[in-house]
Design a protein around this ligand. Structure first.
Ligand code: SF4
Length: 83
């Protein structure tokens, strides 16, 4: 699970994930509407780019991305709920 109010697309998760789970994408209009006020400001500041767990089914729950994220934006969840 990636906290959309925290992610700043710094790509640490992409670098550390041994199974290439993440890609950088751009927040949709619907996702932007759900952000907090602070989240909107942060998202605007990095061009609405964020990490997405596009291959969440490949996750081995090693926790490296959770440790690496400087924004504490990632937590592990079951693949059915991951985003
Ligand atoms: S917990 Fe999953 S997504 Fe995170 S680095 Fe490990 S394999 Fe990749």
């Amino acid at each position: 699970m990636i906290d959309r109010n925290r992610c700043e697309a710094k790509e640490d998760c992409l670098r550390v994930c041994p199974w290439n789970v993440f890609e950088i994408g751009v927040l949709s209009r619907g996702e932007r509407r759900q952000l907090s006020w602070i989240g909107m400001l942060k998202a605007f500041g990095h061009g609405h780019r964020q990490a997405y767990a596009v291959r969440a089914a490949d996750c081995h729950a090693c926790g490296l991305c959770v440790e690496a994220c400087p924004e504490k934006a990632i937590r592990l969840a079951s693949a059915a709920r991951a985003g």
